[in-house]
Design a protein around this ligand. Structure first.
Ligand SMILES: [Zn+2]
Length: 387
């Protein structure tokens, strides 16, 4: 038995107006300082005012939110007792809001108890709305969250089928303030979601359809969105593509590129989307031996005409590198600024983390210890994978 799980998605320019229609009395907005400074929180407040709903703001979510921050939001929920929670921002704010929501609704549970096999209670105290201000993480529609365990310096992936927002608002107007670099990095995260979802062991017809369209849109519109932040057509297509990729991998899974991003993110603090992007062409090459057919299907979707599946799959990796060069994404971890000495010193730790990461273990081609070490070396030094 399979499920396709997702929230109501409100999309297109002015989708934020949807907030004027909701009914309730109190909302806690969970966000970060940048979103406040950009004036987006004020826009949200205006909409809630029209709906007759009062609100308070928690604006201290940091990139890669920590368990400590999440618990502070839980305390805020306990004292304020809102009937709506609004996760507003990129993946970090939305993940922090989602996790705090579940913990507040389930006071008997600890963060590490949230897993795909144990049901959790939600919607008893408040409902959740996610509002995406970047086009990448897909967190607005997924039932997973990533929280940093501060004691153990590792990222925890928490999942529960019930962690589905009441609605996800995908308004491209909220993404125009993203600088080109952030647009590029988040866009590569979305592309990695779509590609890894399409070749994953848990892929299915529903996730495939969303991944396919998403990949087409990203190759076509990401360079335009990076070049001109006011290009509303490109912003709209990227916003839709990122949410579709989120629905896709949320109902399938991801693979090694995400395992690499989680470990490199935890050890070196590099942004998630950046590492996903850097790793993606190498992970495509590594998976050719098991997934050439699927990768060739994706290659065809972006206009690559090659009958030989393995060659087409390799061309998809090359075309991905070309896209990265166009939008200013480095082609290796070394180019991303990780010093060789630090990489070597932390190598054992990175490999260990890959084995603890559910994303990597669901990769279509299962890897040996020797292979994963070689994959990491290739991603670090920028050497194409041919094994
Ligand atoms: Zn991701």
């Amino acid at each position: 038995m399979w499920f396709f799980i997702g929230p109501k998605v409100v999309f297109g320019e002015d989708a934020l107006d949807y907030l004027e229609q909701i009914r309730g009395s109190k909302t806690l907005i969970v966000t970060d300082r940048i979103i406040v400074d950009l004036g987006i929180v004020d826009k949200v407040k205006d909409k809630l005012k029209i709906a007759g709903i009062e609100c308070e703001v928690f604006d201290e979510v940091e990139p890669d939110p920590s368990d400590v921050t999440v618990m502070r939001i839980v305390d805020k929920l306990k004292s304020y007792e809102p009937d709506w929670i609004l996760g507003l921002g990129g993946g970090s704010s939305m993940d922090a809001a989602k996790t705090a929501w579940v913990l507040w609704e389930n006071p008997d549970k600890r963060m590490e108890d949230i897993n795909a096999f144990t049901p959790v209670m939600v919607n008893q105290k408040a409902r959740l709305i996610t509002v995406a201000t970047t086009s990448g993480t897909g967190s607005e529609v997924t039932w997973a969250t990533v929280v940093t365990n501060t004691k153990e310096h590792r990222k925890m992936i928490l999942m529960a089928k019930e962690i589905v927002p009441f609605a996800a608002i995908v308004d491209p107007k909220l993404t125009v303030s993203m600088p080109p670099k952030l647009t590029a990095v988040t866009g590569m995260d979305a592309l990695t979601h779509a590609v890894e979802s399409y070749i994953n062991s848990w892929k299915n017809d529903f996730s495939d359809a969303l991944a396919m369209r998403s990949i087409q849109l990203i190759f076509e519109y990401l360079p335009r969105a990076c070049m001109n932040s006011d290009d509303m057509e490109a912003r709209t297509k990227m916003a839709n593509a990122a949410t579709m990729a989120g629905l896709s991998f949320g109902n399938s899974s991801v693979g090694i590129a995400h395992g690499v991003a989680h470990s490199v993110g935890a050890v070196f603090g590099l942004p998630h989307g950046l590492v996903c992007g850097v790793a993606l062409p190498y992970v495509i090459e590594y998976n050719i031996s098991t997934s050439a057919k699927f990768l060739a299907e994706l290659a065809e979707l972006i206009g690559i005409k090659e009958q030989n599946e393995k060659k087409a799959a390799k061309m998809l990796a090359d075309r991905t590198r070309q896209l990265m060069m166009e939008i200013g994404i480095p082609l290796s971890l070394k180019e991303s600024g990780i010093v060789e000495k630090d990489f070597k010193e932390n190598f054992g730790r990175l490999i260990r983390m890959i084995y603890e990461d559910a994303s990597a273990t669901l990769n279509p081609r299962s890897f040996t210890r020797e292979e994963i070490e070689k994959i990491y070396q290739c991603i670090y030094y920028g050497k194409e994978i041919d094994f």
